[in-house]
Design a protein around this ligand. Structure first.
Ligand code: SAM
Length: 477
């Protein structure tokens, strides 16, 4: 795909370079490469060996003298009274003795704590069938040049549409949670350097994922092994390497091990089609985990014309170009050229400055007295929306927030056309981000707008005499 053979001198240069990257990675507390979009906030007590290296590592593989652990980290028959016990389980579950139905493809091999297994099984609606893509399948997987394979739109996909709702092949811990509780194992690591300890933990995690892999039907095993692996030089095995390359992080607020915070105790999934989606710093789609359907759902966040590559973000889109580069390095993405604001230094500077501003929401206060259509105090929100759209940052939460702000403001100002304009954009974004319940459907029709609380507040404002103070302190956030 993108790696060739290295000559000896090139190899040395590469090694020096990756050693620097390795040090950088060592200084991070979270394994950002393990899975996308995990919550940050690692406890200072988290051992450093939970952070894996990437790139060419000088001493990849198990250190001499380390006896491969015979420990069973996860069992098919766990103690169901111990929420911390790890188990292998197929979800949605297959009843003992049942003849497997035709839809093998809808089952996932999981390595989970009993606590997380219970959370999944008790989720209302679990296991609902995956949702159908809006208007039928609208993508193909094909060559994406230097990026390897990619996912491309085969017809126009509208903002808010479901593109895929993918059941994972594997659901497994994204960090080394099981090891953190095993004092005997941790003592074993004391005899080794930090680098060696990381290699040992990588090996043990590889074995954990292999345990789930061994339970998969042959077609799933083949599909898993076909996936790209960007961790061939850092000591990751075949299984953990693919998991680090393709894993999508599960929102820790939804599912995580009991009593854990941050990336420790979090989970990630590896799907098939979803794993072919490449990164873009201004992506045209977003993804979210849904426990009821047990799927990663990808939706368009803006219109995607036929032929365009469908992209997601592997790192925070509001980070600076330098911060994004650091997050992307573990994927082997050393120089991101996904958009003009990545490859052109002048545009990157403007984009960095804007992205930093987008992290700070604007709060607007209407001036005292009557305020009608054409009001100028709205301008900062309009400028922000224009800049977000120029940067193609519809995937940033700030885009949704700004639309919400504008809808509320124009309701207050009784400007129906503008309410409808921004409410329809907001509706698409909320459907993509799965927050559809937030959009009051009244906002989508000319008559409905007049029945909203925002419109009523505007009425009160209109009854005020110029110069008189507002009945309520108003702020649009
Ligand atoms: C989850 S896979 C995506 C699918 C992959 N392209 C394939 O062929 O299967 C992640 C890998 O794709 C490549 N990739 C993704 N986004 C990229 C980008 N914006 N620029 C360069 N390579 C990218 C990197 O090699 C990365 O490790």
């Amino acid at each position: 795909m993108k790696k060739g053979f290295l000559t000896t001198s090139k190899a040395k240069q590469q090694l020096n370079k990756t050693e620097i990257e390795k040090k950088d990675a060592d200084s991070l507390v979270a394994d950002t490469s393990a899975s996308r979009n995990l919550n940050s906030g690692v406890s200072p007590n988290t051992p450093q060996w939970t952070t894996f290296s990437h790139g060419l590592v000088a001493e990849a593989g198990l250190p001499k003298g380390y006896e491969r652990s015979k420990r069973i980290w996860a069992s098919e028959f766990p103690d169901l009274n111990d929420p911390q016990a790890f188990c292998y389980v197929t979800l949605p579950s297959v009843k003992s003795g049942a003849v497997l139905p035709d839809n093998l493809g809808n089952r996932t091999e999981c390595c989970v704590s009993v606590h997380v297994k219970n959370l999944i099984e008790k989720t209302p609606g679990f296991p609902s069938p995956p949702l159908q893509p809006t208007g039928g399948k609208a993508y193909e997987i094909r060559d994406a040049g230097a990026k390897g394979l990619g996912v491309f739109a085969t017809r126009l996909i509208r903002a808010g549409d479901i593109i895929m709702d993918d059941r994972p092949l594997i659901f497994s811990p994204s960090g080394s949670t099981a090891f953190l509780r095993d004092q005997e194992f941790i003592r074993t690591l004391e005899a080794y350097t930090l680098g060696q300890s990381k290699q040992i933990v990588l090996y043990e995690m590889d074995q954990v994922i292999k345990g789930a892999f061994d339970r998969m039907p042959v077609e799933h095993q083949k599909a898993f092994m076909e996936l790209y692996n960007s961790h061939k030089e850092d000591g990751s095995g075949e299984y953990i390497g693919r998991s680090r390359t393709n894993g999508a992080g599960i929102d820790g607020k939804k599912l995580r091990d009991q009593g854990t915070t941050g990336p420790v105790g979090a989970y990630s999934v590896v799907c098939y089609d979803y794993s072919r989606m490449n990164h873009c710093c201004c992506p045209n789609s977003v993804f979210h985990w849904h426990t009821d359907t047990f799927t990663i759902r990808v939706c368009a966040i803006r219109d995607i014309p036929a032929g365009e590559e469908i992209s997601i973000n592997y790192c925070s889109v509001l980070d600076s170009a330098a911060e994004r580069a650091q997050s992307l390095a573990p994927y082997g993405i050393l120089s991101c050229t996904c958009s003009p604001s990545c490859s052109d230094p002048a545009l990157a500077k403007i984009s960095d400055e804007r992205r930093a501003r987008f992290k700070k929401p604007i709060v607007l206060h209407p001036p005292a007295g009557r305020s009608g259509p054409g009001a100028t105090w709205v301008q900062p929100a309009l400028t922000r929306l224009r800049e977000l759209e120029e940067e193609n940052l519809q995937a940033a939460d700030e885009y949704r927030r700004t639309l919400y702000q504008l809808v509320n403001i124009y309701c207050f100002l009784h400007d129906v056309d503008k309410v409808l304009l921004y409410a329809h954009k907001l509706d698409a974004v909320c459907r993509a981000m799965d927050r559809s319940k937030e959009v009051d459907k009244n906002l989508l029709t000319r008559q409905g707008v007049k029945h909203t609380a925002g419109w009523q507040t505007g009425m009160l404002n209109r009854m005020q005499m110029p110069g008189m103070p507002m009945p309520l302190m108003m702020a649009f956030a």
